[in-house]
Every structure is written in C-alpha cells, then in structure tokens.
Design a binder for this molecule. Structure first.
Ligand SMILES: Nc1nc2c(ncn2[C@@H]2O[C@H](COP(=O)(O)OP(=O)(O)OP(=O)(O)O)[C@@H](O)[C@H]2O)c(=O)[nH]1
Ligand SMILES: [Mg+2]
Length: 486
C-alpha cells in the first residue's frame, strides 16, 4: 500500500514538473560519486566554465556562439543546502587549494540563455544536485530484508581482502546470541566495531567502495540515533525473530534506517533527476591494488542497478526514476600522461560493461569518459639516458610522499605515474601475476602511484578571459545537456 501511495505522489509531482517545462527546458542533473571522487571540483569547474565562457570547443552551443550568457539563480528547494560555489571557486582559483570535503546533499541553479537552432531566445534551467555516491549504494536496501542484508554483509566481510580488517568485529560477533534478550550495549559495541571495519576498508591503502549502509561513514545529524545503531548478526534459523530478542531489535532499527534515510532520499532527490553523472576515482582504486579494482566493479554494478530508467516520456516518468542519460566519468585524468587517457576510459568501460548493458536495455543512454574537471598538471618528455619518458609536471600537495621525498606543497616535480596497461583485463587479474598496489606492498614497490597535486594557475582564452584548464569537461557537458540546447 505504501509503495502505491508513493508512486501516486511521485506521479502527481512529475506531472506538475513536466507541464512547467514544456517551453523553457529544465534539467535536474545529479552529480554523484563516492567520497573524494571529485564531485565538488567537477561542479565548481563546470559552473565556472559556463559563467565565464570557458574553453569548451566540444560543447556545441557555446562554441558556436548560441549561448548568450549563463548566471546563477535562486534554487527551487527550500530545504536543501546551497552548493557553496563562491567559496569553492575562491579556494581553487585564489588559493590554489582544493575545496574542503563535503558530506551533504547540495544544490545550485544555473540559467543558460541561448538561441535555439531555429533562432528563438530560450532559457535552459539547469539544477545541479550534488549528493554522496554512498547514498546510491543504500538504494538496494529498500528491497532487501534485514536477514538478506546481514548475510550479504557477512559474506563480503569474510572475503580475503577484507577479513583481516573485520577481525575485531568478527570476534565480538561470535559472542552475540541473536535470540538472546535485546541489549543496547551489545548493539552499540557491534555498531562501533562494524563501523570501524567499514572505515578501515575505505582507507587509502585499501580503497574499497562497496560499504553500505552509507550513513555509517557519514552520519550527519542522525549520529548515535537508534536508526544508526545496528549491525549484521549471524542468523542461523529462518523463522521470525523472537519478540524482545537482539535480532528483533537489529531488524527494527534496520527498517527504521530505510524509512528515515533511504526512502526520503529516493523520493525527494533521486526520483526527480533527469540526467546523471557518476564520477569514479578509478586511479585511487588502482593505487590500492586489484582487490580495490574488483570491489569498485561491484560497487558500480550496484550503482547502475539503481538506474532502472526509462526514456523521459510522460508514462515512464509516472512510474519510475526518469533518468535518460548517464555519464560514467573517470576523474583526475590529469594525473596521467595523455597517451594513457584512452586507456583509462577503456578501464572504466571494462569496470562497468556488464552493469551498463542492463541499464542500456532499460532505455537510458550511457557514455563513458576519462576527464579532469581541473587540469592541474602539464606534460613533458624527460630524457633518461637514451630513453624519452612521457611524464607529467605538477606541484604535489604538502605531505605527499614519493619514494624518498616528502613534498612541501611549493615545489614543482616531474612524475612518472606508471603506464596503464593496453589491455584493461590486466588490472582485473587477482593471481600471482596481479599488479602491485598499496594494499599489499610498500609504496616504493607499487606498479602505479598517482600523486595529488595542487590546482593550477588560470589560463587565458583567445578572448582574453582567464579560465580553468580541464580535460574533456566540454565533452561531458555536451553529452549531459547539449541536446537540450538545440
Ligand atoms: N588532479 C586533479 N585532482 C582532482 C580533480 N578533481 C578532484 N581532485 C582531487 O580529488 C580531491 C577530492 O575532490 P572533491 O571534489 O572534493 O571530491 P568530492 O567527491 O566532492 O569529495 P567529498 O566531498 O569528500 O565526498 C581533491 O581534493 C583533489 O585532490 C581534478 O580534476 N584533477
Ligand atoms: Mg564534495
């Protein structure tokens, strides 16, 4: 019954929003990615480029001069924080520092005044919604019982790559009797140890991606509420949990998490998106090793499963999320020499091919791109003996370590991050020939090492406008909104 009422409510709102957009198009663009994927930098650079008339040759409407101007306007949703565009630009451009990490949903409205191809003046309203990718990984919980979720989480935590990180939690789990009386202290300890395990998996050296429930790693104002105080239990019998038992308590709280956290996110945000970009920090996974790469593959499969999309027809918008275009983007491509950009794209394709085929069947256009929202490096060829090494130049952020050196954040350096393999399958091998990452070996022995570098100085366009350099940001923009500016 609840499901049905929800559908009807979504349908009514879709109708109102649909009829309002007949003449001047509106796009709600979701920008998501797991923590540190590059969401804040992407939105800041995209909006900066739009407002400034950045160097976007592949973004047709701008390149051909049909965009008269773009400006920020008050956002439509009163309860959603505004994306802090001005401060993020200030950090990037004036201080050459990356913006602070953000843990919330936020929103920004940009109006693009353009001339349609038939010569009419129109406004495109672009609402950009920034939300954590971890919230997407929660959506599958809506259709999962506590028992199924607990069994899946336990299975995952016993995999070779994770088991040692889960050891403390597993020992505590072994002391719990699910059928015993409910016990707040036991629930608190289990939650604490389970959360510590999730945090350890996310650490730079392991860089795991598939870590639901999302709010355990970013609790916000729900921290220490019962809805966030539960953990998987080892359940032996199939029957219903006895009243007053520990497992009944856990199950109740798991259901509360779904009601208070997951369903409102689905209803208020996810179900209203038209377009989606999923930012993926594949290089962080490659830094960590094959386990992280395989884990990222599972996480992306779970993400793409959420997009049970259909084309944006009236009928499909009544019944399900209406996203009709999804761009999967590998971020921070400027940490590689351009000869590796296509390889990075091929790796992302390989990471998502099985899952993408499913979403494609359901009617959404999917594309894959390797990009850098802000290009923070330059390229050079360095001669070593007889060899000419393609390398990248940048200013590593203070504290980054390469072989013997710790950088101070003020010095330029030439870097050889390692060549990505021509065959993406080489990264998915997990046997004795697997590549070496930080999870299993010391930093000086890894096969790839991508260093964080400081943001660049602005470049000046042919028209004399100072803009941020980027890689393929214009291609992303063309795919995501280009067709609505015709
Ligand atoms: N070289 C380079 N680094 C980038 C780029 N985009 C992001 N980064 C790096 O990635 C880090 C994270 O970027 P954010 O945009 O803050 O990522 P986020 O997804 O918003 O992260 P959270 O808010 O923590 O979830 C930055 O601090 C930079 O170090 C890029 O285009 N090039
Ligand atoms: Mg952010």
């Amino acid at each position: 019954m609840f499901e049905f009422i929800e559908q009807v409510r979504l349908a009514a709102r879709a109708l109102v929003e649909f009829s309002g957009h007949l003449f001047d198009p509106t796009i709600r663009l979701g920008v998501t990615g797991l923590s540190h994927a590059g969401k804040t930098v992407f939105i800041t650079a995209l909006v900066h480029g739009l407002l400034r008339g950045g160097r976007f040759p592949v973004f047709e409407a701008l390149a051909t001069g049909r965009v008269a101007r773009a400006y920020l306007a008050p956002q439509p949703d009163d309860a959603v924080p505004r994306f802090d565009y001005e401060n993020h630009v200030h950090a990037l451009v004036t201080n050459r520092r990356w913006p602070e990490s953000t843990r919330q949903i936020s929103e920004l409205r940009v109006i693009v005044e353009y001339q349609s191809q038939s010569g009419y003046q129109r406004d495109l309203t672009l609402d950009i919604v920034d939300y954590p990718g971890e919230w997407l990984l929660d959506l599958p919980l809506l259709t999962k019982s506590y028992e199924t979720w607990a069994a899946e989480s336990l299975r995952l935590s016993r995999q070779r790559s994770r088991a040692h990180l889960a050891a403390d939690w597993h020992s505590h789990l072994a002391t719990l009797n699910p059928e015993g009386a409910e016990d707040e202290q036991a629930a608190l300890t289990a939650t604490h140890l389970f959360t510590e395990y999730l945090k350890a998996c996310r650490n730079e050296h392991y860089a795991m991606s598939l870590l639901p429930p999302g709010r355990f790693l970013m609790p916000g104002d729900l921290a220490s509420t019962p809805a966030l105080t539960f953990a998987p239990l080892e359940l032996s019998n199939e029957g219903p949990a006895p009243t007053g038992s520990l497992s009944a308590m856990m199950r109740r709280r798991y259901e509360a998490y779904k009601e208070l956290v997951v369903r409102p996110f689905f209803r208020d945000h996810f179900a209203r998106l038209d377009r989606q970009i999923v930012l993926v920090d594949a290089l962080a996974a490659i830094n960590a090793g094959p386990d992280a790469v395989l884990d990222l593959e599972s996480a992306l499969a779970a993400v793409l499963d959420c997009f049970q999309t259909g084309r944006n027809t009236l009928l499909s918008s009544l019944l399900r999320p209406r996203i009709d275009r999804i761009l999967l983007a590998a971020t921070k491509a400027d940490q590689l020499h351009h000869t590796s950009h296509d390889r990075l794209e091929a790796i992302l394709k390989r990471l998502t091919e099985r899952a993408a085929a499913k979403a494609e069947l359901a009617g959404a256009h999917i594309d894959v791109a390797a990009l850098a929202a802000v290009r923070a490096t330059r390229e050079a060829t360095i001669q070593r003996g007889r060899d000419h090494l393609p390398s990248i130049l940048g200013m590593p952020v203070a504290g980054e370590v390469a072989t013997a050196e710790t950088f101070d954040g003020e010095t330029d350096a030439a870097m050889f991050p390692g060549d990505l393999p021509a065959d993406p399958n080489d990264l998915f091998r997990n046997d004795e020939n697997a590549f070496r990452g930080l999870a299993r070996t010391a930093p000086q022995n890894v096969d790839f090492r991508f260093l964080r570098v400081r943001p660049p100085f602005l470049e000046v366009t042919e028209g004399g406008v100072p803009v941020l350099p980027h890689i393929r940001l214009d291609r992303a923009l063309q795919f995501l909104i280009g067709d609505r500016l015709l």
